[in-house]
Write a protein that binds this ligand. Structure first.
Ligand code: CMP
Length: 136
């Protein structure tokens, strides 16, 4: 299958803290994603700064990096046909207020910062983000 893709998903600190990781993983599985690899970790702020480097000029960069490193996260490699787009659809809009019914961020997101999940925004970034967390 030529368009079988892998994408990176992060269950963010707000969701892990509320013990939503199993429920969110089940949503991925119910939507046909296979979790190829996963680990629960906590990262340093310096690592979050590298991960979100693409946002370094944004006004929210510092808070974003502090937040991602503020508690345990679950990082996963998800696989499915057209996984990058399918994951973005399942997550819903970045701001939970704008997310449609049935999406993860609509169901669990608290705010634009505490929006429960991250997902790669392109196939190219998916490869970089998977390497970032899973290249040993
Ligand atoms: P995420 O998909 O992890 O990518 C970058 C994150 O920055 C995004 O989710 C949001 O949680 C966070 N963020 C905070 N403020 C903004 C903003 N104004 N626009 C986009 N993303 C924002």
């Amino acid at each position: 299958m030529s368009n079988l893709e892998q994408t990176l998903s992060i269950i963010k600190p707000d969701a892990v803290e509320r013990n939503l990781d199993l429920e969110i993983k089940q949503m991925f599985k119910n939507n046909g994603f296979v979790i190829i690899k996963e680990k629960k970790i906590q990262i340093e702020k310096s690592e979050a700064e590298k991960f979100y480097k693409v946002h370094e000029t944004k006004p929210f960069y510092n808070d974003l990096c502090s937040y991602l490193s503020s508690g345990p996260i679950v990082v996963m490699i998800l696989e499915k046909k057209n996984a990058v787009l399918a994951n973005r659809e399942l997550m819903g809009a970045t701001n939970p207020k704008d997310a449609i019914e049935g999406t993860i961020r609509k169901k669990f997101g608290l705010s634009i910062d505490k929006n429960s999940v991250h997902g790669s925004d392109s196939l190219e970034n998916a490869k970089l983000e998977i390497d970032f967390f899973f290249k040993d």
